[in-house]
Design a protein. Structure first.
Lengths: 431, 431
């Protein structure tokens, strides 16, 4: 473990909180307990493992296009998940979500989103438009109908989930979309015939219309100049993008500080929030460098090793620290808590196949819920009912006896009015 | 040599030419000699070797930023050059062109352009804006002044050469421009601070204003999706681009049919003419595939070999044939006739260091001035003074005795009025 750096100034705040009693008058000269509930900076993970659990199903659900652990392991995993992460990415891959035209999996996904929401977790949907895992039944439709169906699907999902899922990867991997050849699909055809900007505009404008409050991201794995050029095109076109999604599947090794800094420098200059949407670091052998499409690498067994786990732990801590240090970063999402069901069979989880947490889990938790976390602390209000709370920006609560109130550490001042139940006002979203 | 394919229909035309005598009346029932003078499809090469020759200098000129053979070899090279190519690329690299502020090399380059023009060769200027070979004296100027100087330099060169040089690489290698780190330079700084679209707009609008008749190209070596994304951005921005320049330095091996087809397919769909601006194929060992920046490969000696020369000849013939077959291709330019002075010391020329032509020279000439060429042919005009000429589109001439007249094969009909000297009317440009 590298030493923990001081908290970056842009991540923390000192907030004067005026605590009001249930009668609305300042609670003066009283002991209160202040605790953090959630970070402003989103620490996310895929929530695929819990769709079946949230729906009370025994197996892995009616399809397996997005992987995930079986429900019998999910309860134990859930405890580890909730003890580290505060933001879940849920799978809306069209092929699995709507296996037959007109039969979308809305109810199950809504239940999963609600399961997270009830546990104080922000939920993000992934993705509304993507060439990979596009329905096979789209293939024989004419391009104009594909476009109409894609619009309708975006309108439906964004509308149906609004209020529970207010952040979306509006469109995924557009750099390669029109020239993707690994599997014939109708979305690449649409992007080829109409152009990248046309499909980006389609995705963003349709999603925006269905939920004007939504945070909509452009998401890509391509960290080359191609993505920069695409972003310049999108900005030039006047398409309102709320953030840039940067994938970072590091099966071939951690980027390291230099590349991470350079990526942050290159993509932050557009002035948009950066979301590290898909991070993986393996705790076993690295995938050979010469593999271009990670999907091409298939091995019978890819074990987690002690050396690999130590390396993964150090790299994950450094990765999280580097991202937290850069003010443009709005979220960092790890791509899968468990090795079980991980993409490519890689030991990319933070929890081993036997359910025990790896060192990387502890390393990340030591930061997110340790060094960077405001643990429950007793403070005394002054003669005006005020306490000063200095910590990482985010959602907090103050308790006095069996009364509780939420407040936000971020601005200079906040007011917290105690009540018998914890209301959700003042929550920090992902937007 | 592969068999020569039939001429693609879009490259040829059947034109009925009405031959008029000096008195303006049809020359009926007369023998005339018809010959092609130049292709419409431009077969180009760098003309760097002849700048000194055109200026009557003994050495290689006052600078060597662009290479080129010494003047004493240039006369022999010129004969080979003019017997194959019809379009010259002249070097306007800013660092060499204006070694000290305010002392541009205009007179020498104008003399070189005129030398080609007098020999019936179209001239293109390369490049008006590029990070590589930007003047070192720009480095300490503030960015706004760099921008002002860049605009002034474009206005000056394009204006000074108008009429002789009407085709320009307006800006070179923009994909990498802002993130180019191999050498600190003021142009990358400008592109980083203002964005790719800003500098592209700057280059095109400034050049257009200086010469509204100019053909202005965007030129890049990056054949990845990055360049596609950039082109989409440029089109979205409404910047008028007259053609896309595609470099094809193949020091690591010929692209092959599949990649060539794919590049043509991907870049032709924007509806812009394609210019293959910089083609090289080596006649020796190939550069190893793992080299990313070709400039990083330095060898003491890189000889041309018999096997390499045979391979180069076959590949060049196939390359030219593939490009001619695609209707979007407007030009193909080979990057350097001679091994002497070639970039990276590669045996990339079509002429050996000893001045003798390689098999690739003959292979290309067998097409361009052989199978694809309308050699002098005697035809007899009909009772209305007409002959039917069927051949590759381009500039032709008809002779009767010591009278001559130009005409263009391209449309259904043409008129050629004989005179004592060959006027240049009707010439096919590069636009």
């Amino acid at each position: 473990m590298p030493p923990v750096a001081p908290a970056p100034a842009h991540r923390t705040a000192e907030t004067v909180v005026t605590v009001l009693g249930t009668d609305g008058r300042p609670l003066v000269d009283a002991d209160v307990t202040v605790a953090q509930r959630r970070h402003d900076l989103a620490f996310g993970c895929t929530g695929f493992d819990f769709v079946a659990l949230a729906n009370g199903e025994a197996g892995g659900g009616p399809d397996s296009t997005f992987g995930g652990a079986p429900a019998e392991q999910a309860a134990d995993l859930a405890e580890l998940w909730l003890d580290l992460f505060d933001t879940a990415t849920l799978p809306f891959y069209w092929r699995g979500f709507e296996p037959e035209p007109g039969r979308p999996d809305t109810a199950r996904l809504r239940a999963a989103a609600r399961w997270f929401d009830e546990r104080g977790v922000r939920v993000k949907g992934h993705p509304l438009m993507w060439h990979t895992l596009a329905p096979r039944w789209l293939l024989d439709r004419p391009t104009d109908e594909v476009e109409r169906l894609q619009r309708a699907r975006i309108t439906r999902e964004v509308g149906d989930l609004a209020g529970l899922v207010d952040t979306w990867d509006a469109i995924n991997e557009v750099v390669i979309m029109p020239v993707f050849t690994a599997e014939e699909n109708a979305i690449s055809r649409l992007a080829w015939e109409k152009g990248r900007l046309h499909v980006i505009r389609l995705a963003f404008e349709t999603a925006r219309a269905a939920n004007p409050r939504a945070t909509l991201l452009l998401n890509d794995f391509d960290m080359s100049t191609a993505y920069e050029c695409l972003v310049e095109a999108v900005l030039e076109a006047g398409i309102q993008v709320d953030g840039l999604g940067l994938q970072s599947h590091m099966h071939q090794g951690w980027w390291g500080e230099e590349k991470t800094h350079r990526v942050l420098e290159r993509f932050s200059r557009f002035g948009l929030p950066l979301h590290f949407t898909e991070t993986t670091l393996v705790s076993g052998e690295l995938m050979p460098r010469e593999i271009v499409d990670l999907n091409d690498y298939r091995v019978a067994s890819w074990p987690s090793t002690p050396e690999g786990e130590a390396r993964q732990a150090e790299e994950l801590a450094r990765h999280c620290t580097l991202l937290a240090e850069h003010p443009a970063v709005r979220s960092m999402t790890y791509w899968g808590l468990a090795d079980e069901g991980a993409w490519l069979g890689a030991p990319a989880g933070l929890v081993r196949a036997d359910g025990t947490p790896k060192p990387a889990y502890h390393a990340m938790r030591d930061l997110v819920r340790g060094a960077w976390w405001y643990a429950p602390t007793t403070l005394r209000t002054d003669g005006s009912g005020r306490v000063v709370v200095s910590g990482w920006r985010g959602d907090y609560e103050v308790r006095a006896g069996d009364q509780v109130a939420p407040f936000v550490v971020g601005g200079a001042a906040a007011t917290a009015r105690l009540s018998g139940e914890l209301v959700r006002a003042g929550s920090v979203g992902l937007g």
